[in-house]
Design a protein around this ligand. Structure first.
Ligand code: 0A1
Ligand code: ZN
Length: 854
């Protein structure tokens, strides 16, 4: 009954071009669950009819994996059918011409389901994960998103809390909204709810419940507050109301991803629900707010309007990420949120786009859909919508979205449908824009300036779209480039204006200028591109001081830091004076938002530097990058030394802890300064903060400052003694040690941690705390002895038979192999080949490894 990886290893490629509607319509689904850890019975009664979109008398093919078929009946008469490895076929010869009912009974074993897909058990709790294709591990069904049906669910069990989708009615859960099977959910167990009442704009009373294990109910207030704010925001910003009488959220300990938007019953990784000041950091609070909002927003963008097929995944994910980013910006600071989003985009999506796993926002083929829940589909998908909004304007965007909800409510839609509403609402031709969905790779935009000395300034913009796997040649895209012009005194002479780059090269002219302006290009990061613009350090420092666009103000400091680091690595240069001076100014400028100052003071990451150096034609040396970054941090600390105590004193937050953006920004600045101070005082200030901290931001942040400098063993032990009973906090304890281990010590640290009894590889959070951080510790993972590569491969091979989804996700640690020198390339390819040859390799990990090997 257990997922047999070898069995599923039939690597069949699915193509978008082969799409066909399903042969039948499902008019009603009735499910009965008799729960048992190793012998759950699932009775499914499906009301079916031939689909007019597929004329002819067709066989009925239902998906089903690891199901023991007990019985099947057609219109009440017993059928003698045998299921194969992937499903069940009822031949057309047995089917009537019109509507009919099919009843099946199957047995499954949730307690043995370590893949966490389908129905499984987590710490005594029954729960489900059906996206993308998990429902077929629960019952025989057309498990595809374009088959939408109303569901009724009955759960038979002695457990106190029994939940499914929709409204509880007469001992059943009834969901009136037709939905695809991937949005089905069931939860059963010993749970406690925190509840609240919400009334929608049109007066519907909704009961909100957040269900957690007994003892955790003290940590649900923030999630509830975020949910209520999300519901209100969707009403005011998009005119979208909630559409059931109850909205349930459940926190589970074992979950492959962040959370899941099942209709009326969102299931969350506990990490993104539970928060208290003592156990969660400011970043945790911000992520909880964003993910609660994301899942809630899916109710319209994903559930009411879903995807025709999995190639259209970005239709729901790109749009929902875009909406949660707008929400977080409204709740906090748009400037800070934009900078953080771009940092993530570059770290994850640009990295993906520049390597063997590059794929289009809407891919046109896949082997395993679970491998396409990627930064490209999610984050680049959101960027594409941001560009669309910029091109059609705020009003055009609003009209298009209203039309989208009107036209496609209750449907399973496509990217063509999405673009058509924009074309119809605004009259704009989007044929060229569609390339953003179809072509992988990060465009490079080059800028050249020309000043004629007589009032005319010209910008020549050109674009190059680099080749990616399977897409050697590309056409020019439409790229919105937001620009502003500053005069030499720092005043703005041209407000933000969007230039539309549609050809491979175009000239844009600005007339009537009194003096040569300083251009601020790609304001707000108006397109997901790499900008190549030769700017001298003095001008970068000028823009850092004067740009009115907060994103570009930050970006100037960032570019300066990266250029200096690059020269330190490649030429052995000293830390640049312009940058040190500029950082001193920013650190002491109380007129700037502390959160913004913290972002400016944060040094570029080592993986980011490797990416940047590689793009500039160098072979990145991880050890040299690590050493240079250390030197740069020390130089900045020494430069700021006289001011640091005063600056640190200025960041003390008075009063009890509050997770709001203002207080969090101050704490972020304090930790950025503390990281510098710790380079000078042997950890005195960080130890003091650690000892007196009353919240996890300070406690964990101070510990990180110490570990970063190779000290803090005593604090680490105190942290463990205090928190050993708390799974989520102990995940941080694991992560911090791995992330901050010295390069040569990393393998030893990982081996020590994985030998502990509380390293439970079946728990994805714990596995990621160690293995995710192993790959994130750039200099350690890429240490020349290859121990990091071997360790990650060993553990992926061990995890794959238990949880192929998480093993496949974590394999992206290897995706950037082609940047490095021949020795490292050889070692990584050797590990990839070793994984490829592992007996019984899953389709998930098999596809990833195959794509990385090329
Ligand atoms: N749709 C969810 C993410 C999700 C995707 C796949 C999963 O299992 C394979 C689980 C969750 C979201 O966007 O939040
Ligand atoms: Zn989503």
């Amino acid at each position: 009954m257990q997922d047999n990886a070898a069995q599923n290893n039939s690597a069949r490629t699915i193509h978008l071009a082969d799409y066909q509607p399903f042969t039948h319509c499902v008019d009603q689904v009735d499910l009965t669950f008799r729960l048992h850890p190793t012998a759950t019975r699932v009775l499914a009664k499906l009301a079916l009819s031939p689909n007019p979109a597929r004329p002819g008398h067709q066989d009925l093919r239902l998906n089903g994996i690891d199901l023991r078929l007990i019985s099947a009946r057609l219109n009440g008469a017993v059928l003698d059918l045998i299921a194969d490895e992937t499903g069940l076929t009822v031949p057309a010869t047995l089917l009537p011409e019109g509507p009919f009912t099919l009843e099946t009974e199957v047995e499954i074993a949730p307690a043995q389901n370590t893949a966490l897909e389908g129905l499984y058990m987590s710490n005594g709790l029954y729960c489900t994960q059906c996206e993308a294709e998990g429902f077929r591990k629960i019952t025989f069904y057309p498990d595809r998103p374009d088959v939408m049906a109303p569901f009724r669910v009955r759960i038979e069990s002695d457990l106190p809390v029994l939940l499914s989708n929709g409204n509880p009615t007469g001992g059943e859960w009834v969901d009136p909204w037709p939905k695809p099977a991937y949005l089905f959910a069931l939860v059963a167990g010993d749970l406690i709810a925190t509840s609240a009442d919400f009334t929608t704009a049109s007066g519907r009373a909704v009961k909100l419940n957040i269900w957690v294990r007994p003892g955790d109910e003290t940590r649900t207030d923030y999630a509830m507050d975020a949910l209520i704010r999300s519901m209100r925001w969707d009403e005011t910003a998009y005119g979208r109301e909630y559409d059931l009488d109850v909205f349930n959220i459940v926190a589970v300990d074992d979950f492959n991803m962040g959370a899941m938007e099942n209709k009326g019953l969102n299931i969350f990784n506990a990490k993104y629900v539970l928060a208290s000041p003592e156990t969660a950091t400011d970043d945790d609070y911000a992520r909880i707010e964003a993910i609660i909002a994301h899942e809630y927003f899916h109710n319209w963008t994903g559930n009411r309007i879903t995807c025709r097929d999995w190639f259209q995944l970005c239709l729901k994910e790109g749009l929902t990420v875009f909406r949660d980013q707008q929400f977080s910006g409204d709740m906090r600071s748009h400037a800070v949120k934009r900078i953080e989003d771009v940092l993530t985009l570059r770290a994850r999506q640009f990295r993906e786009d520049g390597g063997p796993l590059a794929h289009a926002v809407r891919p046109d083929s896949f082997v395993e859909i679970n491998n396409f829940y990627t930064a490209t589909v999610y984050e680049k998908g959101a960027e594409v919508i941001g560009m669309l909004k910029r091109l059609v304007g705020d009003d055009g965007y609003k009209q298009a979205l209203d039309l989208y909800f009107d036209r496609h409510d209750g449907q399973a839609a496509t990217i063509e449908d999405w673009l058509a509403v924009f074309a119809d609402a605004t009259g704009r031709d989007l044929a060229q824009f569609k390339r953003w969905y179809e072509q992988a790779g990060t465009p490079r935009v080059t800028v050249k300036e020309d000043w004629d000395g007589a009032g005319t300034f010209r910008l020549t913009l050109s674009q190059v779209n680099p080749p990616t796997p399977g897409q050697p040649v590309k056409d020019a895209k439409v790229i919105p480039v937001a620009v502003g012009l500053l005069n030499p005194n720092g005043g703005e002479v041209l407000e933000t204006t969007v230039l539309e780059l549609t050809n491979s090269e175009q000239v844009f002219e600005f007339n009537g200028l009194a003096a040569r302006p300083v251009p601020s290009i790609l304001r707000g990061f108006s397109a997901p591109v790499v900008l190549e613009h030769a700017v001298d350090p003095t001008t970068r420092a000028f823009l850092l001081a004067h740009d009115t666009d907060p994103f570009n103000k930050w970006e100037s400091g960032r570019a300066l830091a990266k250029e200096i680091l690059a020269r330190m690595v490649t030429e052995g240069a000293a830390p640049g004076a312009d940058w040190l001076e500029a950082m001193t100014q920013v650190a002491g400028d109380d007129s700037l938002d502390p959160a913004f100052r913290a972002l400016v003071l944060r040094l570029p990451g080592e993986d980011d530097m490797a990416q940047t150096l590689f793009a500039a034609g160098h072979v990145p040396d991880p050890a040299a990058i690590h050493a240079a970054r250390k030197r740069l941090g020390l130089a900045l600390a020494e430069r700021l030394a006289p001011a640091l105590p005063g600056l640190l004193a200025g960041t003390v937050v008075d009063g009890p802890y509050s997770p709001d953006a203002k207080a969090a920004g101050k704490r972020a600045l304090r930790l950025a300064l503390l990281s510098l101070q710790t380079r000078l005082d042997a950890g005195a200030a960080a130890s003091a903060l650690f000892a007196q901290a009353d919240n996890m931001t300070d406690e964990g942040g101070a510990l990180a400052c110490l570990l970063e400098q190779g000290i803090g063993a005593e604090e680490l032990a105190r942290f463990e003694a205090k928190w050993h009973g708390d799974r989520l906090v102990m995940d941080k304890w694991f992560s911090l040690q791995v992330l901050h281990a010295a390069p040569e010590a990393l393998a030893g640290v990982v081996n020590r941690l994985t030998a502990r009894p509380d390293f439970d590889m079946k728990n994805p959070n714990r596995f990621r705390s160690v293995m995710g951080m192993l790959a994130a510790n750039h200099a350690g993972f890429h240490h020349a002895d290859g121990a990091g590569y071997r360790l990650l491969a060993d553990w992926l091979i061990k995890l794959d038979p238990l949880n192929p989804q998480t093993a496949a996700r974590m394999s992206t640690g290897f995706e950037s192999w082609s940047r490095y020198d021949a020795d490292r390339q050889g070692m990584i390819r050797g590990e990839l080949a070793r994984m490829a040859a592992a007996p019984g390799l899953s389709r998930n990990l098999g596809e990833m490894v195959g794509r990385m090997l090329g």
